[in-house]
Design a protein around this ligand. Structure first.
Ligand SMILES: Cc1cc2nc3c(=O)[nH]c(=O)nc-3n(C[C@H](O)[C@H](O)[C@H](O)COP(=O)(O)O)c2cc1C
Length: 191
């Protein structure tokens, strides 16, 4: 089983990327993790470009999502919403309608901000837009406020409460992915 991690921040020292890696460290031993590193290269969505030849950045995003059993997305909050490049990626992954990479994909949302509220609004917006794109978004979030004070020098999360919330969200995501896997196996056996 493979979980794909996507950080909505393009920043080299992103707290959201650190939070994502902390989530990866909580995955069971039999689950692999891959960090998607091509978000910045995803072209701006243009329906005219979304034909037979998908542009390379968007194609690599779609392939990464399609090849994963579940996705874990960490989002910053930009002006009370999700960063534009992250929304752009969800738009690419949502198409074609009913056949997009996101269709039926178990997904979980976490987030960090340097403000007090831990990106709660952007997480709510991301959950909404992922669900609209067809993902099966699991319950739960991790709202890591004052993110600049929550990691040690090695980049590890120091807040035990947030660590506990993260463990719950990651466990829900893995459970959802295992359910999907079992359903696919049952459908294949019935054929
Ligand atoms: C354009 C912009 C808008 C922002 N708007 C918000 C906001 O609405 N709420 C908030 O808590 N932080 C806001 N911030 C601060 C981010 O929480 C902070 O930059 C955070 O570290 C971004 O996540 P990252 O560390 O993963 O890059 C904003 C930052 C930028 C660059």
């Amino acid at each position: 089983m493979l979980v794909l991690g996507i950080s909505g921040s393009l920043r080299a020292d992103s707290y959201n990327r650190k939070l994502l890696l902390e989530g990866a460290a909580q995955l069971p031993d039999d689950v692999d993790f891959e960090l998607f590193d091509g978000l910045k290269a995803v072209e701006p969505y243009d329906e005219d470009d979304d034909g037979d030849a998908t542009p390379p950045g968007a194609a690599s995003l779609r392939a990464a999502i399609a090849g994963a059993d579940a996705i874990l997305v960490a989002t910053p909050e930009y002006n009370s919403s999700i960063p534009g490049q992250l929304k752009n990626a969800v738009d690419w992954a949502s198409r074609p309608v009913n056949g997009g990479a996101m269709k039926g994909k178990p997904a979980a949302v976490i987030g960090a901000s340097q403000g007090a509220f831990g990106a709660v609004w952007s997480q709510a917006e991301l959950r909404k837009t992922l669900a609209a794109a067809g993902a099966r978004v699991v319950e739960g979030d991790v709202a890591l406020g004052h993110a600049h004070e929550q990691f040690d020098e090695a980049g590890r999360l120091t807040d035990a409460d947030a660590g506990g919330q993260l463990a719950e969200v990651v466990a829900s995501l893995v459970a959802s992915a295992r359910e999907s896997e079992a359903l696919r196996a049952a459908q294949a056996a019935a054929r």
